[in-house]
Design a protein around this ligand. Sequence first.
Ligand SMILES: [Zn+2]
Length: 905
Amino acid sequence: MRRASSLVTLVVVAACGGEFAHTVAPTTQATMVMPQDTITASGSALPPPPRDDGRLPATVAPQRYSLELRVDPSQPRFSGVTVVQVVVPQATSYVVMHGRDLHITRALARVGGAEIAATATARIGHGGVVPEELVLTFAQPLPAGSAVLELAYDAPFAADLAGLYRVQEGGAWYAYTQFEATDARRAFPCFDEPGFKTAYDVTIAAPRGTVALTNSPETAHEDTADGLVVHHFETSRPLPSYLVAFAVGDFDVVQGQTSPFPIRAITTKGKGGLTALALEAAAALIARLGDYFDVRYPYPKLDIVAVPDFAAGAMENPGLVTFRDVLLLIDPKHAAIPARRAQAEVIAHEFAHQWFGDLVTAEWWDDIWLNEGFATWAEAKMVDAWRPSFGATIEQIADVQHVMDTDALRSARAVREPVHSSGEAMEAFDGLTYEKGAAVLRMIEAWLGPDTFRRGVQRYIQENAWKNARADDLFKALDFVSAQKVGELASGFLDKPGVPSVLLAWKCGGRAGSKVDLRESEWRPLGEGGEPARKWTLPVCVASDTQKAKSCFTLGAEPVTRTLGACPSWVFPNAEEAGYYRFVLDRPQLLALTRSAGALSAADRLGLVSNAWAAVRQGSIDPSTLLEVLPSFDGEMHRVLVESIADVLGSVNETLVDATDREAFQRYVVARMAGKKPAVGWEAPRGVKEDDDRALARRTVLRTLGEIAHDKRTLDEAEKYADRWLKDPASLSADTAAVAVPLASLRAGAPRLEALRAAAKNAKNPEDRVLAIRAMGMFDDPAVLGKALDLALTDELKLSELVYLFRPVMNRPDTAALLFAWEKEHWAELRKRVPASLGRGLLVGVAGAMCSRAGRDDAQAFFSTSTQGMEGVKRPLDEALEGASLCVALREHGAADVSRYLRTK
Ligand SMILES: [Zn+2]
């Protein structure tokens, strides 16, 4: 249940591509070893069938590509000629490669001086639903040795933001690509598996007056008779097909640094003025990453491209990194801090991939957790080093709490799981892959020490540069530098789901000294079944007020007792929240720790609040104990703590507060936040440069007062600011607008919706547009909200913008049911309209907001039949329904206790 997202400020879709797909035998440029069992012998009557593991039958291996593309974004189709040098390990009459929606007009092989003609047929691969494998059948067998395949084709620009697709903005057409995981095959015939890493020679014929880009710098161009210009590019460094990228359009090109390598920002016409912050962050972060890896940026140029319609957050194509435009284009005079932080994080993430993913590529999609986990870990590390005030690491620690909730579900998957099809590759890109992967790496870093960890990472990069590798290669490098068994310990977290829990109890002793007992179990929320607890080897670090240094050890199946020396007044069971585990203290020791909260670090205070809430959901403390703990944080102003407390208040409101107690709980919430309100105010004090923390805490405090507590004064004030913003967005700071504008919708009527539509339409920057759309999802009036939702069925909103509209509706207990009813009514249209590449989890996520038996059953009945045959839905639906069941279990267990507490206080 990821209900804590009710207070999320900026919806940032997971950085990086939506999906993934393959490897084969170890490949390097020159030597390719083919598995013998699948070789098609000369004279076979039938082509080799699709393989059960989702990989291509090993007929030939690509060594080098030449792509000649003809891309005119104003036309509905594009065309190309793909030439692939291949090694033929054994004579064969068949070659199986990838191609989807390609109309093949010529297929042949050149062997020596001879041409051998082929016919191309498409077929469905293992676990697939559309034809994605291209079978070439040759008129006579290709002899063993080398050959050149040549295929001419044309194809439609994709309509679902995957493959090679086009977007219209400001009346002009632009073409972009998004290939990860398995959509390069929609742009050119290829061997679309990450294990095939080869050089690419690319030419793009594009309309005169447009810019054409790919991974490598342009070397020359020439006009053609038919009004196109042919652009030639340098031969690429070795790339897997999913990292090849193109862009064509009448772009603004803004030059950033020119040495040691050039960085440029690429935008649609007229948006180049919004790239200064992105270019500044890009130069700073790429330099820091080069220092960290001790290997300079491995490609000759670096373009960052703002794409107006993009399914994922960003994509790490070497030298041509693409981003959802809202992340890249922000107005330096007017940008809110979360927008600047999100921008820095996503840039750092994609740039970390230039080494981790691009220079060294996962051999197969089952290791994609390492790619994404590492980039996620690195983004916080690098942004913290560059702009500590963004608090990127502590932000990530807060995110881990939500991931643990998902990881504890029965429907959770292991981070490292076999991948047998395109669909499974796509499913591998979920929150667990990113956040749990990052958390496990962070734990390993803390366990080994940051310097040792870094040496291991550097060794891994140096040993595997330009090649493919597996996670075990990283663990071997870490084992080597640390003399530990890193892979063994990591396997417990990667190969099974679940969240460890540490039960800690301490007592002050006499002569024997004070003792702390620790025992490992598994964190399971109320409502989960009684399977035996899983076991881990767990690196644990404990801090207390009587120890100078934290005490660290590994905890396994056997309980551990440690002496603490002098009698402590508090003990913290997960120092700096570095370990991937939750902890349980009994009520007196939890209250003792709470009384000493002022002495704890911010990460530990965050751990205290989130573990107390986790203990409620596990049933190990009563909700009323949590409500006793929270007032100790009334003076807390660290904005991540304020966010965490607000999160908990929101979750309690959604799950444990009955309608009859709503007003009493609203008063409780006002009491928690009212003291903070004067400290944050609505606006920065005049003439003072405000620190980031204060501006960020403001959002949370005001949103909590408005959205959860329905505080009349706060809502009145929000309306005044929202009116100002609607008249002139530039008249208000973006941080103030970000909270005022959505809150002002709560009590507003139809005219406000019209004003927001106009604001979205006329927005001068993507940030303002997203804000207007978020505010459209905040109406309490069912009729107005229904009208706002109807916009999702029109072209007024881009597909990638639906998330901004739906989230705020889904996250409020009163409107989630309305969204569900609306989805039911319009299901046929939604099903057609929302592509798998966009994450259909968005549509079924509303099931997770149901917190009654009837609501849950209704959602199950509806979605289980209506999603038949839809790709990419099953897991998000299972998770959402399980989340709903847990919510019901928690409510039945704890609502009466909350009610008692609120009535007696
Ligand atoms: Zn990524």
